[in-house]
Ligand binder design. Structure first.
Ligand SMILES: Cc1cc2nc3c(=O)[nH]c(=O)nc-3n(C[C@H](O)[C@H](O)[C@H](O)COP(=O)(O)OP(=O)(O)OC[C@H]3O[C@@H](n4cnc5c(N)ncnc54)[C@H](O)[C@@H]3O)c2cc1C
Length: 410
């Protein structure tokens, strides 16, 4: 056990997209920040920074812009100019277009690897941040106004006291378990097969969301005229589908998607993710905040998971910077109360999409075809759907409105 008793203001457990983004959002706050991450922070070896992609909403762009990170991402990610929503085998299409919403793009598609590189470069250059990696939490205890933590790094045991602990170690969070914070879990019995393909025709920055009788299929525009594919299938079919050789896989994908992008030419490695709505029963307990996938893991159908996490991060960073650390308990209570509504809205929206569009009961199929058509024809409904997809509905934090954070007495 190392002898010196160490202390920091904020300890972040997990340096994935959520943990790293929060660290960057707190840059310049004057708070001492430490991160405990299980894997080496190197985008070649970090499992959550592989070739997977995330569809960033326009609202997330505004947050990254206000954090000063957007210029490093912008040239390496692909804008979504149109979202095309259809139902395989049924009439009815909705198209959301960037110019109708008065924005440069409705969203952006980024490879996790690219986001990881930008976030890591930034946090490594920040002298207020101390990284423990690879390191692992052994035990943590809530104290009256802090958390005492034991962790191992390089085979040695250490102790650290933090005023605030952020738990961002992913959907299977061990730290959440150590704290005995429960989860509610709704298993969709679906898995997402993820891959990148090269289509025969230019994608023209259109994102296709196609609902099929086995689950939604998304083609998202990527750099170099590639598309990021998220193909949702019943879980029992996923492993077999992902293991097909490239040619057969492309044939099946083409059958499902159709020829809107011409003949699909090339396909990358496949990854399978079982899908469930997993929600922590508590996101604030004492001096601990649960963040990112550890707080809520959502079906990727509407690409909302990380975008929701980033809105949580933006508000928490704002409150921590603007409020005094002496009133941390009130600050955390405010955070919890202010973020509840957005999370509920995203759960409802995503859950409804999965259930309505994964059901081939004939009257429901007709109703959703009519719904898609109506959405396309009624500007108000369409605008609301676009605002929700863009992460611009509800109350927004300062970063969410593109404003820099304000420190007291500055
Ligand atoms: C198929 C799929 C597609 C998706 N598409 C989208 C999309 O288009 N748009 C969108 O907004 N969201 C999307 N998401 C959601 C998005 O991927 C997640 O919201 C995001 O990755 C969550 O990041 P995180 O940092 O919370 O968790 P993770 O990425 O899981 O990171 C957790 C981190 O904690 C570390 N860790 C784990 N255990 C420990 C430990 N014991 N101690 C210390 N560190 C630990 C891990 O190494 C990792 O670095 C998608 C998700 C899936 C599954």
């Amino acid at each position: 056990m190392s002898t010196a008793a160490k202390r920091c203001d904020v300890l972040i457990i997990g340096g994935g997209l959520a943990g790293a983004s929060l660290t960057c959002a707190l840059e310049g706050s004057g708070l001492s920040i430490e991160i405990i991450e299980a894997f080496p922070l190197n985008t070649d070896t970090q499992p959550c920074y592989d070739d997977r992609t995330v569809a960033l909403s326009y609202g997330s762009r505004i947050i990254f812009e206000a954090m000063g990170l957007w210029r490093d991402m912008a040239g390496r990610i692909e804008p979504i100019k149109t979202i095309h929503i259809s139902d395989r085998g049924h009439l009815g299409v909705t198209r959301l277009r960037h110019h109708e919403e008065g924005v440069e793009a409705l969203g952006y598609v980024a490879e996790n690897r690219v986001l990881g590189e930008v976030l890591y470069q930034r946090l490594k250059a920040n002298p207020e941040v101390l990284l423990h990696c690879p390191a692992e939490v052994q035990d943590l205890q809530q104290q009256e106004d802090s958390v005492l933590l034991r962790y191992s790094e390089n085979g040695e045991q250490h102790e650290l006291t933090a005023d605030l602990v952020i738990v961002a170690d992913g959907v299977t969070s061990k730290t959440r378990e150590m704290l005995q914070i429960g989860i509610s879990r709704q298993d969709y019995r679906q898995s997402a097969v993820i891959t990148n393909v090269t289509p025969g025709q230019p994608h023209q920055n259109v994102a296709y969301e196609r609902f099929t009788d086995t689950g939604p299929l998304a083609f998202l525009p990527l750099t170099e005229n590639r598309c990021s594919v998220v193909w949702t299938v019943p879980s029992e079919q996923a492993a077999e589908l992902a293991a097909l050789d490239d040619e057969v896989f492309l044939e099946k994908l083409q059958q499902r998607f159709g020829f809107r992008l011409g003949c699909l030419k090339k396909v990358g490695k496949r990854h399978v993710y079982p899908l469930a709505l997993v929600e922590a029963t508590q996101v604030v307990r004492g001096r601990v905040v649960i963040m990112g996938n550890a707080a809520h893991a959502i079906h990727p159908v509407a690409g909302q998971g990380f975008n929701l996490a980033l809105r949580d991060i933006a508000l928490l960073a704002e409150l921590l910077v603007s409020a005094s650390f002496e009133h941390l308990d009130e600050t955390l209570a405010t955070y919890e109360q202010m973020r509840e509504q957005d999370a509920r809205r995203v759960y409802r929206f995503t859950d409804a999409l999965v259930k309505i569009f994964s059901n081939d009961f004939a009257p429901l199929a007709h109703a959703r075809a009519a719904g898609l058509l109506a959405t396309d024809l009624i500007p108000f409904v369409k605008h609301r759907l676009a605002r929700q997809s863009m992460g611009l509905s509800g109350r927004l934090s300062r970063l969410g409105r593109g404003l820099a954070m304000v420190k007291p007495n500055v």
